[in-house]
Ligand binder design. Structure first.
Ligand code: G6P
Length: 614
């Protein structure tokens, strides 16, 4: 999704902004641009990469160096195709106001008609350009106002979501920023300030940040900043210390962020459990929801809303909570929940799961659930994210920054979190303390088992070499492994662009079996659990139609070895634990197939890391 950076201080702004934009590349984008305010206001923007933009900026360096104030943007098209003119920043006609914007202006069409009738000329097809002309109009009507006041006044006409930065050569000592629905962070340096849509571009400069809340507008100058509500009321802001280092967001010796993040999973699992799993006492302590645990245990029903990979984690959560805690769980796509008038009330608990904590549909589901009176709990990875702040209580997954667009370590952290939650909900109700202790012990053994699976990387790569040219893949699993099959298929399609489908293995006979022939690789998760014998029959069904079976089986399983063309062995574990292990070979398989096909695994086409629009 679009990214924002801004700088005001004493250093040359152009290289700082370009570096900041590079740190935001992981979010996905199609064009980039910067505006610099020195003796004049200059904009360079174009379709393509930040690297291309950098070349262009260097070529024009003489004209641009010396500016110590600027803003930059990476755009992911929503209104208007990726193009030079649709790239941000946008200028007013006089060229003395520049603006960058994340989000969507919902009433842009009517605003644009109004502005066109007044003679405004639009150079782009974006909704964002409306904003700069609106600001210009307010300023023309009352020239005594300052930039802050005109931005505030213009925003009163706007419906929709925004995170925006505005600069003007009429007031060359400030950046005005505002937020509604699209995140913004201000980094605090010494006589300099950094602005960004997330902390990644800021962390190398300072670890002191202020998160803007929805409906806030800030004026950032070299000697300080002030934050007010859109209604012009002074806001008290807390300075937060970032707790991740730059090193953590760089590749750490791996070829791609995605591979690094897959390999980080054993550590991530430890981090999620740290301080929460108390093996000696045989209990799990979830500080973020502690005060609400009794209410959660009394829930009539739990509804889990999420999107993408987080939705797959939610499905595993459903199985876990129903099995351990015997509370009825429903899982909904956040995008469906928000529009289908669901039956949710004060007796229900809604859990929203989001890596980024900014996904627009999940955020809307959260707000809808709150409106209906449900207790809303969040499971997020990004600290201070909107979802984390808007939920009544919740838990951070502590997976660290996830840069690869295709989610891997965040998924595993979410599943560990849900496993702990299910056990916490069982205590004193459905499971004995001994049973809880036993399950926790098993959970605590997962990181070591996961590390063993990572050693199979080269075997998995050689399987990937054999199947990299396949046109389709089918992923099958039963029980806890059904959501894993969905996740395996999603990983493959996201990064390799091969069509893949995940199915509950028993459903194969109701349709997908028609697709099976000698060209169809079928990944079957055949671990030893209560559906083991059934899944062996499913392997037979695929084989007898000449499908090419790649099985994920437990170490020492000779039966599956005899039946499948390839077997990837994972350590033995109970059903509820298996997803945490079975997903790892599927992540690696997708990764290797995609890299062998020459795909950009960290930034797959058309996808965004954080989808902050509908
Ligand atoms: C996007 C990403 C997916 C992610 C989904 C939900 O589609 O590309 O990897 O699973 O959003 O994101 P969230 O941050 O809410 O977990």
């Amino acid at each position: 999704m679009c990214g924002i950076v801004g700088y005001i201080g004493w250093q040359d702004a152009a290289p700082l902004l370009l570096k900041g934009l590079k740190r935001l590349e992981y979010r996905g984008y199609d064009s980039a641009g910067i505006a610099l305010l020195g003796s004049t206001l200059s904009v360079i923007k174009q379709k393509g990469s930040v690297g291309d933009l950098e070349k262009d900026t260097v070529a024009r360096c003489a004209a641009l160096s010396g500016a110590t104030l600027g803003i930059g943007h990476t755009r992911w098209a929503t209104h208007g195709e990726p193009s030079d003119s649709n790239a941000h920043p946008h200028l007013n006609t006089a060229g003395d106001i520049a603006l960058i914007h994340n989000g969507i202006i919902e009433n842009y069409f009517s605003l644009k008609q109004e502005l066109l009738s007044e003679g405004y000329v639009f150079l782009s097809e974006t909704d964002s350009e409306v904003l700069v002309h609106l600001i210009d109009r307010v300023w023309k009507r009352d020239q005594s106002l300052d930039l802050e006041a005109v931005v505030r006044s213009a925003l009163r006409h706007v419906e929709g979501a925004y995170g925006l930065c505005v600069i003007s050569s009429r007031e060359p000592d400030r950046i005005v920023v505002a937020r509604k629905g699209s995140p913004l962070v201000i980094g605090i340096g010494v006589d300099e300030y950094f602005i960004a849509s997330d902390a990644a571009p800021i962390v190398e400069h300072t670890n002191k940040v202020v998160y803007l809340s929805d409906g806030e507008l800030a004026v950032v100058k070299r000697d300080g900043y002030s934050v007010k509500s859109i209604e012009n009321i002074e806001q008290e802001k807390v300075v937060t210390e970032l707790d991740f280092s730059l090193e953590k967001i760089e590749k750490g010796g791996f070829l791609h962020f995605m591979l690094k993040e897959i390999f980080e999973q054993p550590d991530v699992m430890h981090d999620v459990m740290r301080g929460r799993v108390r093996l000696e006492e045989g209990l799990v302590h979830l500080g973020g929801i502690h005060d609400y645990l009794d209410r959660l245990k009394r829930a009539r029903r739990i509804v889990i809303c999420a999107c993408g990979t987080s939705w797959h984690a939610a499905l595993i959560g459903e199985y876990l909570i129903e099995e351990f805690a015997r509370i009825s769980v429903e899982v909904d796509y956040a995008s469906e929940f928000r529009y289908r008038n669901p039956i949710v009330g004060v007796d229900d608990v809604v859990i929203v799961i989001s890596q980024s904590g900014e996904t627009a549909d999940t955020l809307a589901a959260l707000r809808a659930a709150k409106e209906k009176g449900a207790l809303v709990l969040g499971i997020c990875n990004v600290v201070g994210s909107t979802i984390a702040r808007e939920t009544l209580c919740g838990m951070y997954t502590h997976a660290g920054p996830e840069i690869g667009v295709a989610s891997t370590k965040a998924f595993c952290a979410q599943v560990v979190m849900l496993y702990m939650l299910a056990l916490a909900l069982s205590r004193g109700r459905t499971l004995s303390n001994d049973e809880i202790a036993l399950n926790l012990k098993e959970l605590a053994s997962v990181p070591e088992k996961a590390a063993r699976i990572l050693q199979l990387d080269s075997q998995i790569k050689s399987i990937a070499e054999l199947f990299k040219d396949a046109k389709n893949f089918l992923y099958l699993g039963r029980g806890y492994n059904f959501p894993v099959a969905l996740e395996g298929a999603l990983k493959l399609k996201e990064i390799s662009y091969i069509h893949a489908e995940g199915y509950p293995a028993a459903e194969m006979k109701h349709g997908p079996i028609a697709l099976i022939d000698e060209d169809m690789p079928v990944i079957i998760i055949a671990t030893r659990d209560n559906t083991y014998s059934k899944i062996l029959s499913n392997i037979e069904e695929v084989r007898s139609r000449k499908g090419r079976v790649i099985a994920i089986a437990n170490e020492g399983d000779k039966e599956v070895c005899r039946m499948a063309e390839h077997v990837i062995y994972i350590p033995q574990a109970s059903g509820p634990i298996t997803p945490l292990l079975a997903v790892i070979p599927l992540q690696l398989l997708a990764y290797h197939i995609a890299t062998l096909r020459g795909c950009n695994v960290d930034r797959p086409r058309n996808l965004a890391k954080s989808v902050t629009v509908e």
